[in-house]
Design a protein around this ligand. Structure first.
Ligand code: HEC
Length: 147
């Protein structure tokens, strides 16, 4: 067998093997009931949709995975983002935070949106629903601060 063929077979084997790497964030035993941010009554629907599109994939248990997010090594990379995101802020368990922490997270979120740090650029690039104009960013940020 030629050296190049061996390398190819090795790479394919590696890619297949990577598909079996466990993804910690895929297994969600039970999403707590009635603790989600979205269940707060009277929220502005348009802002909530934007928040869901731009933030929920990493900051809640309501993650939707596009096909490329199912395939390693991308899936492993994305799993890391989701893990880090959920640890810092989880809208699915929002009502477990005390009111002071909620205020803090809302202010922090507004700041991250204004600074353009959240959603991460790579995410907005791949998710058209998460792309925001400056006006939308400002509207979302002020809305979060007003809650
Ligand atoms: C692709 C995944 C992803 C998306 C989408 C995302 N985040 Fe994050 N977020 C992270 C990760 C990972 C961290 C933790 C590491 C960091 O601070 O960069 C984080 C951290 C944060 C923090 C905490 C910052 C800190 O210093 O403690 C806030 C607040 C936040 N995100 C808000 C948001 C908001 C609001 C949105 C939507 C507009 C959003 N994020 C979208 C992945 C994401």
């Amino acid at each position: 067998m030629k050296r190049s063929q061996k390398i190819l077979i090795y790479c394919i084997g590696l890619l297949i093997g990577l598909q079996f790497v466990p993804l910690s964030e895929r297994k969600i035993d039970k999403v707590p009931d009635n603790q989600s941010f979205s269940q707060i009554e009277g929220l502005d629907k348009d802002q909530l949709i934007l928040l869901k599109n731009a933030c929920y994939d990493c900051h809640s248990y309501e993650t939707t995975y596009p096909w490329y997010a199912q395939v390693a090594p991308v899936s492993i990379w994305i799993n890391g983002h989701i893990k880090g995101g959920r640890q810092k802020l989880n809208f699915s368990t929002w009502q477990q935070y005390d009111s002071e922490k909620q205020k803090h997270k809302l202010r922090e979120s507004a700041e991250e949106i204004r600074d353009g740090h959240m959603p991460p650029k790579s995410f907005a690039f791949m998710h058209s629903g998460a792309k925001m104009t400056d006006q939308q960013k400002e509207a979302l940020a002020s809305w979060l601060e007003s809650l």
